[in-house]
Design a binder for this molecule. Structure first.
Ligand SMILES: NC(=O)c1ccc[n+]([C@@H]2O[C@H](COP(=O)([O-])OP(=O)(O)OC[C@H]3O[C@@H](n4cnc5c(N)ncnc54)[C@H](OP(=O)(O)O)[C@@H]3O)[C@@H](O)[C@H]2O)c1
Length: 278
């Protein structure tokens, strides 16, 4: 049995589909806090549990051999202890590329801490370090639906944004095929795409113009601080343009090497998700 956490999310939902289609017959279970809303594909077992309360996840871990784990949704040390006690053999953890590129930032330090917990857990492990997700552009969906101007800082900084389904594809291979234990994979999309180009791609997918304006870091910070808090807002602004470095800008071929299929371009994500912006 394979257990997918975050199973209603960007990566998790795609991973459920991947395992059903190409998972070599692995039975798969999706964890959610609300099974009635989850609407998992046929053949996926829905189990309720809250990672913030590891006791509630024990039932979901029953009989599980491989675990797909989003980090920092609960006390990761306790979750890993419960996984080991349940007989889990292998965990595939979603960390972040900032653990490599910006280890001094608070969120990256947290991811490095969880990576260390996984390595020390006694379980076999694979660590995925994806760059920023294409789905982050959903933060503009409300403005686009309302016909308003999208406002973003660092408009022309191109980062190799990744389609979450590519993270799912790599996770599926790591979970169900041999040769990926003890590996850490930095994952990116196929080419750099700036905020301005993302909005253009969404506009093309939606079929109408979307006005765009670059704003200063100070303006963006003022919008973000209420949601993320001070340290995380600054960290997000650093890694979206304020303090990028060659490692963060680099396009990597990891997705293609592991899955045998080139990484999906941003415009594919925009086309698949156009309905969310209409
Ligand atoms: N966005 C980026 O650019 C980026 C970059 C690098 C790494 N990451 C990492 O990627 C992960 C996010 O992945 P994603 O975009 O696929 O997730 P997502 O779409 O934000 O979905 C989060 C999922 O987690 C579940 N969840 C939330 N709190 C939970 C809890 N207490 N217990 C159990 N489940 C809970 C939710 O499911 P229910 O509501 O159904 O319970 C939901 O399906 C995070 O770990 C983030 O740090 C993100």
């Amino acid at each position: 049995m394979l257990l997918v956490t975050g199973a209603t999310g960007n990566i998790g939902r795609a991973l459920l589909g991947e395992v059903r289609a190409r998972g070599a017959g692995w039975p798969v279970r999706g964890l959610t806090r609300d099974a009635a809303r989850a609407a998992f594909p046929a053949g996926v077992e829905a189990v309720e549990g809250d990672l913030a309360e590891p006791e509630s996840v024990k039932r979901a871990l029953d009989g599980v051999r491989s675990l797909f784990l989003l980090s920092r949704l609960g006390p990761d040390a306790e979750i890993l202890t419960a996984a080991r006690a349940a007989g889990v053999e292998h965990v595939v953890l979603v960390s972040s590329i900032t653990a490599l590129t910006h280890p001094h930032l608070g969120p990256a330090r947290e991811n490095l801490r969880v990576e260390r917990l996984v390595k020390d857990s006694g379980l076999a492990w694979t660590i995925l370090r994806p760059t920023q997700f294409a789905s982050n552009s959903l933060m503009w969906a409300e403005a686009i639906r309302a016909g308003e101007t999208v406002r973003a800082p660092y408009a022309d900084t191109g980062l190799p944004t990744i389609h979450p389904a590519d993270i799912a594809s790599v996770a599926r291979v790591a979970l169900t095929e041999p040769g990926h234990r003890g590996r850490t994979y930095a994952l990116t999309g196929p080419k750099p795409v700036s905020a301005r180009h993302q909005v253009e791609a969404v506009a093309a997918a939606v079929g109408r113009d979307v006005p765009f304006a670059e704003i200063s870091r100070q303006e963006a910070y003022a919008q973000m601080v209420a949601v993320f808090g001070d340290e995380a807002a600054d960290a997000v602004l650093d890694v979206t343009g304020g303090d990028v470095n060659d490692e963060l800008l680099a396009v990597r071929d990891t997705v293609a090497r592991i899955t045998g299929v080139p990484a999906r371009p941003f415009r594919q994500w925009a086309t698949e998700n156009a309905g969310l912006f209409r």
